[in-house]
Design a protein around this ligand. Structure first.
Ligand code: MF3
Ligand code: CO
Length: 265
């Protein structure tokens, strides 16, 4: 079932969304070559708790997969060929030339906010920079379709079309999702699909739209048995951007944007 949120619920989701966005702004400002992914995680967790909220991902256990242990951190920090769910570690150091995808969720006032950005460290390969820029644009093209009266896969196809125009590959086994009092709600929001298909979008639906786009040919992100991190099949870099949005008539409302984030787009 897809729930339609009331304006009161959306007001609460605005607060969770604003906090996630602030966490990402903080990390975007602080991330430097030489830092460990654990340092980023600690910074995020302290900030979230200081703001009377709880990290959504910490101890999250996907239903129906006994092999996977509960998620042990606040952030997912996924470097280069890591697509998503990189687990922060004191042994993992970020360096100049890396792309670092940081995904964060917070739970506050009974509702979740979820967002991700891929940060670029120093001067990077031009092709990889283009991948990062295009993945961000994929997200905004998807969001532009998230209006009342459109169908769900209008979002998906807008993302896929833009990615394909660069001959990038769309990761198909990881998808966006509805969001609200649960981190993952219906519907699944794939990053590929046929326009004019899927459920009708209605004002008050809240979605986490999250394109994961890679150089090379990998259409899947794979993880080792029992492990969290998911990597491209061919080891090529992958980027990830995510916003939590509200479907509206005319124009979607983004709950996780900030001035710093908008500056890039
Ligand atoms: N933004 C991702 C998602 O919505 C991150 C989930 S990490 C997990 O699926 F630990 F919560 F699984
Ligand atoms: Co998400």
């Amino acid at each position: 079932m897809i729930t339609i949120k009331s304006e009161r619920e959306i007001e609460l989701m605005r607060e969770s969304g604003a906090l996630v966005a602030k966490v990402l702004d903080l990390l975007e400002t602080e991330i430097k070559p030489g830092m460990t992914t654990k340092q980023l995680d600690t910074m995020a967790e302290e900030f979230i708790r200081d703001h009377h909220a709880v990290p959504s991902f910490l101890n999250y256990a996907p239903k129906g997969d006994p092999d996977v242990t509960p998620y042990p951190a606040t952030l997912c920090v996924s470097i280069n060929e890591e697509v998503v769910h990189g687990v922060p570690s004191a042994k993992r150091v970020v360096k100049e030339g890396d792309i670092v995808s940081v995904d964060c969720g917070v739970y506050k006032g009974g509702y979740h906010g979820d967002a991700a950005r891929t940060f670029v460290l120093g001067v990077i390969d031009e092709q990889v920079q283009q991948l990062v820029d295009a993945t961000r644009e994929c997200l905004y093209r998807g969001i532009a379709m998230a209006v009342e009266g459109n169908r769900l896969h209008d979002i998906s196809s807008a993302i896929e079309e833009y990615a394909r125009s660069f001959r990038y590959s769309v990761i198909e086994n990881m998808v966006g999702h509805g969001i609200g009092s649960e981190l993952h709600e219906e519907p699944a929001v794939p990053n590929y699909g046929r326009k004019h298909t899927g459920v009708k979008l209605r004002e008050g639906m809240t979605l986490a739209i999250e394109p994961m786009i890679a150089l090379g040919r990998s259409r899947k992100a794979i993880s080792r048995r029992g492990g969290w991190v998911a990597v491209t099949e061919d080891g090529k870099p992958s980027a990830h951007f995510e916003h939590t949005i509200v479907v509206r008539a005319g124009k979607a409302e983004i709950l996780t944007s900030t001035f710093l984030d908008e500056k890039h787009s």
